[in-house]
Every structure is written in C-alpha cells, then in structure tokens.
Write a protein that binds this ligand. Structure first.
Ligand SMILES: [Zn+2]
Length: 232
C-alpha cells in the first residue's frame, strides 16, 4: 500500500524548513542584517509550503472539495494572504517594509523598569544602539540615572521588529501564526488521508517578549562611553 503521506512529503519538508528559519530569526533578532536574511529565507520557504501542498495533493481524489472547506484559514492569515497576493513580495517590497522600533533604558530581570524611545535604524544592530544610547546619556549628564550604579538593574534595549503593512505585532509572532495556520491545514490533510496529526505543541518556541529584550553590562557601557568621549 502506498504511504499515505506521500503527496505531503515535499510540503512537510518545506514546513520544517520554515520552522527552522523562525528559530534563526529568534536567534539573530538583535543583529539587523542576519535577522533580515533569516526573515527573507523564512518568507521564501513559507510561500513554497502552500504551493507544494497544492501541487502534491491536486491529484488526490476529492481534494478539491476538501480544500474548498479548508483554505479559508490560509486566505485569512495576514501574512499568508499578503504573500499570496504579491508574487514578487520579496524582490520589490518585503524587507523594505520591516521596521524596527526600540526603547533603551534599564531592566530588572525580564522587566523593563524605565526606558525612553530610541531611534534604531533597521540596518543597525542592537549593540550599536545601546552604545550610542550610553554615549548620549552619559554625555548629557545621565539625568534619568540609567547608568547610576545599581546592582539590581541592567541597561537594556527593547526592540520590536514589525511589518507595518501586515500587522502591528512583533514579526516573530506573525511568523509563528502564519506557520501554524499552514501546519494545521496540512495536519488535517494528514488525518484526512488516514495518517496521524502533526504535533503542533511547539515546545521549542521562544517567547518574543523575552527575545526582544537584550541587556548589557553597565560597567562595560560606562567605560565604553567614557572612552569614546575622551576620543581614545
Ligand atoms: Zn522548533
């Protein structure tokens, strides 16, 4: 008997690939260029999941009717529907629409205690943003006390990547949601074909709220700012 997953093999593989690229985005979140490359790779593979799914399943008896009931979720997901409408999403737009908002300040553990909005260019790493923040704050007399000695807080950058034409949510959350929408439809196709459902519990997913916060050593930042002001 033929393997029930056979028509689904290509899209299952691409689904895994897209999943892996989200982890790359998580890992490279504070490195502008690497984040952008990972996002592009994710979008590329995500787009292919649906194409491969449809191609693989098109000759399966009854698929057309089955799919008519199931494709609504794919059409309604903000990222997937956008990708579906724009053939050339990456080439002409894509990354240009990825914006990065940030706040710099201090955090205690994972909680931001005090921060001010700080202009971080989409091509700039968070480390660079923290350095210019330290330099500017200390140079201006540090009136908010961000760089006062305090053992319980650390200087931090809280950075948010968004694709404003798709959603105001963090790109990581948008990416996981779109991945999940694809995965659910494919999982249902697996059971429809007599196979088992996919494990969609995602214990490996990281919380975007934790990822968007990066903290720094205060003494290191003070000595960096002092040195750069002395022109050493
Ligand atoms: Zn994972």
């Amino acid at each position: 008997m033929a393997c029930v997953y056979k028509p689904l093999h290509p899209c299952l593989d691409r689904l895994k690939e897209a999943h892996w690229f989200i982890h790359q985005m998580e890992e490279q979140y504070h490195f502008a260029e690497r984040f952008r490359y990972s996002l592009n790779a994710y979008i590329r593979s995500l787009k292919e999941v649906r194409t491969m799914f449809q191609q693989g399943m098109q000759n399966v008896e009854g698929f057309k009717e089955w799919y008519a009931d199931h494709k609504k979720a794919l059409d309604e997901d903000p990222l997937l529907s956008k990708l579906g409408k724009k053939r050339d999403y990456l080439v002409h737009h894509g990354m240009l629409d990825a914006k990065s908002n940030a706040g710099c300040g201090i955090a205690r553990g994972a909680i931001v205690k005090l921060a001010m909005s700080w202009d971080v260019h989409p091509n700039e790493d968070s480390d660079e943003a923290m350095k210019s923040f330290a330099r500017a704050s200390i140079h201006a007399g540090d009136q908010f006390g961000f760089f006062n000695t305090d053992d319980t807080t650390r200087p931090c950058v809280e950075r948010e990547w968004v694709m404003t034409d798709i959603s105001d949510d963090n790109i990581l959350d948008v990416a996981w949601a779109a991945w999940m929408t694809n995965a659910r439809v494919i999982s249902e196709a697996c059971t429809w074909q007599g196979g088992e459902e996919l494990d969609l519990t995602l214990p490996c997913r990281h919380d975007s709220k934790r990822i968007k916060l990066k903290t720094y050593d205060r003494d290191e930042m003070i000595s960096y700012a002092t040195m750069s002001m002395e022109g050493v």
